[in-house]
Design a protein around this ligand. Structure first.
Ligand SMILES: O=S(=O)([O-])[S-]
Length: 124
């Protein structure tokens, strides 16, 4: 399943994704759970789409459809480590999005590369 997704989906390095951050034609899509964002931090400017909502938000016939997914932008999915995002990007492609990629290594690789992010909240 993962092999199939990796064979069909473009994987971008964190740096390649960061170069596109903030451009009108590109949207970074954070698939992590809200608790992961709170704990680990987030990328300012990324759009949060919890993985469980992906199909509903992309499908134009869904009552939960989000117009942003009909915008024709380049969608760059990411999760914590690059596994969920590979599968999600494949699903997005299968649902008809044309410009889709994911960040290899996810938010962990983004942080390791020293790219800017808002820190998580310290645990009390
Ligand atoms: O799906 S994951 O790579 O964030 S564990």
């Amino acid at each position: 399943m993962l092999d199939e997704a990796n064979a069909e989906v473009e994987a971008w390095s964190p740096h390649a994704a960061s170069e596109r951050l903030g451009r009108d034609d590109t949207l970074l899509v954070d698939l992590r759970d809200p608790r992961e964002l709170d704990r680990e931090g987030r990328i300012a400017g990324a759009f949060h789409c919890p993985r469980g909502m992906l199909e509903f938000w992309i499908d134009p016939d869904s009552p939960y459809h989000k117009d942003i997914f009909s915008s024709g932008k380049q969608f760059v999915f990411f999760c914590a480590g690059g596994l969920r995002s590979a599968l999600a990007a494949k699903t997005a492609q299968d649902l008809g999005l044309e410009r889709v990629s994911h960040i290899e290594g996810g938010f962990s690789a983004w942080k390791e590369a020293g790219l800017p992010h808002a820190p998580g909240k310290p645990r009390s």
